[in-house]
Every structure is written in C-alpha cells, then in structure tokens.
Design a protein around this ligand. Structure first.
Ligand SMILES: [Fe+2]
Length: 351
C-alpha cells in the first residue's frame, strides 16, 4: 500500500490546470465561497478564478510518504545530527574557556563525522533543521561531513579521509576566540571588526599547532581555508596550487554550506542557486579542478527529488546535464522542461 503526505502549495493562477484539487475555499466578492476546498478544478473554474482577479490559489499536492525504513533512517540521522551539533558546541565553549584543545575531545567527534559522512547524503544535510544562532556549530559539522564526502569523490585513502574530515570540523575553531558581538552581529561588520574576524584562521592554527596527534596538513588546511585561488584571500594571501590541497577543498564546501544555510542576516538559498554561483564563479576563489569535481558529484544527489519552480509549478528532477549542472531537466506533469534552454525558469525550492 502506498501512503502519501498531503501538502498545500501556492500556485499562480496562470499555472492552474484542470484536475488540480483546491486546498482552501475560494471566495468571490458577493456570495462568499464559490469554489469550496477539495473541489477538483475544471476549465470553467479556472476561467472564473482568473475573472475574479485571484493572483494565486492553494492546491493540494500529494508527496509520496517515505517507507517505514526510510522514515526511521531519517529520524535516527536527525537525532545523531543534533547530538553531534551539541558536541561541537561543547567543544567551542570549552575552547573559549580554556583557550586550548585536548586531542581527546576531538577524537570521538571525528569518528562520528566520518560515520555521518557515509550515512547521510547531501539532501539530508541541506534539509537538517538548523537555527541561525547555532550556525557556527552546525556549519562546522556540515563542512566536516561534506569534506568527508569530497574525500570519497577524490578517492582518498582512509587516513587522508579522516584528516580532511577533521580539518572541516576544526576549520572555524578559531572563532571561539572572536568576541560574540562580532561573531553574531546581524548587520555587516566594520573594517576593524572584519580584520578581527579574519584572524579566526590564525587563532585556529595557533590552538592546534602544538597538538602532536594532528598532522601538519590539517593545521595548514585550517589556516588556509579563506585563501582565494587568485591570491586575494587571507591571511597568507597565497595563490593557486601554493594553497595546500585541504585548504582549497574546505574553501569550496565552506562556501556551499554558508550559501545554503539560514543566517541571522539572510534566508537560505536552494542548492541549485548555490550550484549556479559556483558555475558562474570565474576562477577567483576556488581551484577550478576541484570545483569541477564538486559540480560533477553534488547535483546527482538531487535526481528524482521534487522541486517548486519560480513560476509556481511543481515537478521532479529527472536529469542533470553535466555541462550545465545548475540547470537540470525537470518533469512537470507529462512535460519535460530543460532549464538550460528555458532560462527564465529556475528551481526555487527542493522538498
Ligand atoms: Fe572560516
């Protein structure tokens, strides 16, 4: 037996089709309700809705309910994700207080992040409930999990995969030394504040430099995760392949996670908006070869997912064009829309 979850979705009047089911009563000016909720729309209903000047109405959309196993998997992941966010938070708070890190405190956390990297996919990660005030902790966890996935895409051996995962976990640890009023400031930072914020790269390096269990490539990855491929990043202002590999990888996943997260000052963007930013970026910030690897692998996680388009239509991603990963082919009813050709149409949301 297939079960499904009912959700009501706002659809623009011009996109209404016969057969859609009305989610909320539609009223006219004189006699109140003229199309009750749960009515199946016919052509004449749609013409009347248009005549009455409704810009949009709510229709019922059924999404197939995940299987019992899938629902249980999601629940378990959510619980583990929450627990590990709390662990990262504890680590930051302890560093704030003691000004240093004990290797023991991060050893277990990296094992957890490594495991989550194999159990989660990118959509799980993007969809995890994240509050803006916990950003620094969930961001560290996400960057760590995505770095773990990146290591797979690059065929890293186990030792290097763990090292890259740990770099993700520690990349922003220096923020524990940045005053809260700068770290959590809702508006933009003053020049002075930004200069202080930039120091989190150096602070992070200093905090781990004496830990002998942490190999040098992790320490270098932490200090270089804000370097830009063209040399205008910070703090060392090194360029291209002079930036260590771990720093160049973390720069990519760091940016992707920041774009797709809710922040105090901005709402999150959809993964496809983020992918578009990467596609349009002209080798200023990121290593082009690594960016290519990222764009080859990441969009494939979204095949068969449901999307809402910017014109209000609902569809399913059926094909990722490797040349235009930001513009997949979306199936809407029985029609295939190639977003690479219909450039006005964009993916607004995945659900
Ligand atoms: Fe950072």
């Amino acid at each position: 037996m297939t079960s499904s979850k009912v959700r009501s979705i706002k659809v623009k009047t011009e996109n209404l089709k016969p057969g859609m089911k009305v989610a909320r009563d539609i009223e006219n000016d004189t006699d109140g309700i003229f199309i009750p909720a749960r009515t199946i729309l016919k052509e004449d209903h749609i013409s009347r809705i248009k005549e009455l000047g409704h810009k949009y109405i709510y229709v019922i959309f059924k999404k197939e309910e995940p299987s019992k196993e899938e629902a249980a998997r999601k629940k378990k992941l959510e619980k583990e994700y929450k627990e590990n966010t709390a662990r990262v938070k504890n680590l930051f708070n302890k560093v704030k207080k003691d000004k240093k890190i004990e290797y023991n405190e991060i050893k277990d956390l990296v094992v957890e992040a490594n495991r989550l990297g194999t159990e989660m996919d990118i959509l799980d990660l993007v969809n995890m409930l994240r509050t803006a005030d916990e950003y620094t902790y969930t961001h560290s966890l996400n960057v760590s999990i995505m770095a773990n996935m990146f290591a797979d895409w690059l065929d890293f051996d186990n030792k290097n995969q763990i090292s890259l995962t740990l770099t993700g976990l520690l990349h922003d640890i220096g923020k524990a030394r940045i005053p809260d009023e700068i770290l959590n400031k809702p508006g933009s930072l003053s020049d002075e504040e930004f200069e202080e914020m930039k120091k989190h790269t150096i602070y992070g390096y200093q905090m781990i430099t004496d830990i002998k269990e942490i190999p040098p490539e992790i320490k270098m990855g932490v200090i270089t995760h804000h370097e830009h491929f063209n040399g205008d990043g910070y703090p060392l202002k090194i360029k291209s392949k002079k930036i260590p590999l771990f720093g160049r990888i973390i720069a990519i996943v760091d940016a992707f996670d920041a774009i797709t997260a809710n922040r105090v000052y901005k709402a999150k963007s959809s993964p496809f908006q983020a992918i578009e930013i990467f596609v349009e970026e002209e080798t200023t910030h990121f290593d082009p070869g690594l960016k290519q690897v990222f764009l080859e692998h990441l969009p494939n996680y979204f095949i068969k997912e449901n999307v809402i388009l910017n014109d209000g239509r609902i569809g399913e991603i059926v094909f990722i064009n490797p040349i235009r990963p930001e513009s997949p082919i979306v199936k809407v009813s029985d029609q295939y829309i190639d977003l690479a050709k219909e450039t006005e149409i964009k993916i607004k949301e995945l659900f």
